[in-house]
Design a protein around this ligand. Sequence first.
Ligand code: ADP
Ligand code: MG
Length: 483
Amino acid sequence: MIHKTFGSFSLSDDIQKSLRVLDYKIPTEVQERVMPLALEKNDLIVKAKTGSGKTAAYAIPICEMVNWLENKPQALILTPTRELAVQVKEDFTNIGRFKRIKAAAIYGGHPFAAQKMELKQKTHVAVGTPGRVIDHIRKGTLPLNMIRFLVIDEADRMLDMGFIDQVKEIIKELPEDRVTMLFSATMPQEIKDLSLNERRTPVQVDILEESGLAADIDHSLFITSEEDKFGLLTDITVMENPDSCIIFCSTKDRVDLLWEQLKKMNYRPEKLHGGMEQADRNSVIRRFKRGQYRYLVATDVAARGIDVDHISLVINYDIPLEAETYVHRTGRTGRAGHKGKAVSLVTPTQDRFIRQIEEFVGFQIKERAVYEKAEVLKARLIFDKKINEAPEIKQLKSDQLNKGIMKLRFNAGKKKKLRAASFVGVLSNLEGMTPEDIGIITIQDTLTYVEILNGKGPMVLEAMNHTTINGKQLKVIKALDKY
Ligand code: ADP
Ligand code: MG
């Protein structure tokens, strides 16, 4: 198949430049199919396998189509988990980096007031979980009258029993004249039939793989008793010796317990479940993406959408009871064309769940014989060596984009009547500066953050120590919270 390049779509230079820095050379299949339809403002229902690049398939056209000058949100993206909201916001920020697209993540467990303040500033794209989005709508802190795009990511999860009323409540508040796009790796017919905008008929895009599962994943299972699970788990990790591994359990308590057990055995694991403080949850994901630890024990909060480069192994310590969940959990590996492995521990009474999963994915998951003790013993030497070494820290694609960006903090904001235009005016008049060197500007009551691009931060910092804005000499320092 001859692949198009991103250059063959009508995308502005700003967007093309971000894609180049992100090293997105060739559009993935779903992007190739979806982007032209989205750019022509069709409503869409898109089913494409896990890890196939669905986020960029909607984020690129939306970044292209939003009007930079408009201050109110023009796109609303709904996600089922807080972690996914943060990730999608980051994807928008990356793709929109040179167009200076401002995306905000609004989700529970994070201070409402901070989000309110963020939404008061120019925000092109709001990404959020339904509950918190409704809170903002009710309190009048999320203006919706300029929304032209609604994306429901992980649509089947969002429209299943738990979420559908909330999503419908949000939709009721949106302008009817808007584009609605649904994305997921699993999309039952009921969801496809659901009408989310009476006035428009969506185009359905289905990319190959019936089950939505990436083809590059090796699936296998062990039959085991509950008592033998832990021993078997350690054998699997010793034999596979992964650089990056997610272990899924059925409940928070089981996550806590397994995490304790692994900690005692020096795995230096981290854990993720809904009972944890949100700040801790965010930090766990951030450090996992960086490769700062190897083993993450999690509930299904980590099953949907989370994108970590090169997770080589997914273990279902407890198998999921829904076939769709199997697809999403195991889809955390084998992403963006990489290979991955998924291993499930199945107790004898769970046979029927496995049959259902197999029917859903359309193939038989191969059963493996337990390892020979001698084999495991031999592999243990190499395993122990690695577990005692610090993992290699990964470069993220966004690092490249963020290179050369310095965030400056000025000690005055709205209360001193400062506006973005005041900053742009003064900064772009500095020797060697152009408006293109100025990134996102965030004005708070008493502080202003300004990103300076292209390595010009130190120069601007120096110059602003003796340059006034609106006739005032402001104190300026390099901001600590870079991103
Ligand atoms: P999905 O939502 O389909 O599961 P994501 O949108 O999370 O998948 O994308 C999976 C990974 O593929 C991400 O790391 C993303 O950066 C990467 N990716 C997306 N599009 C491209 C592309 N055109 N070229 C290279 N990598 C890409
Ligand atoms: Mg996704």
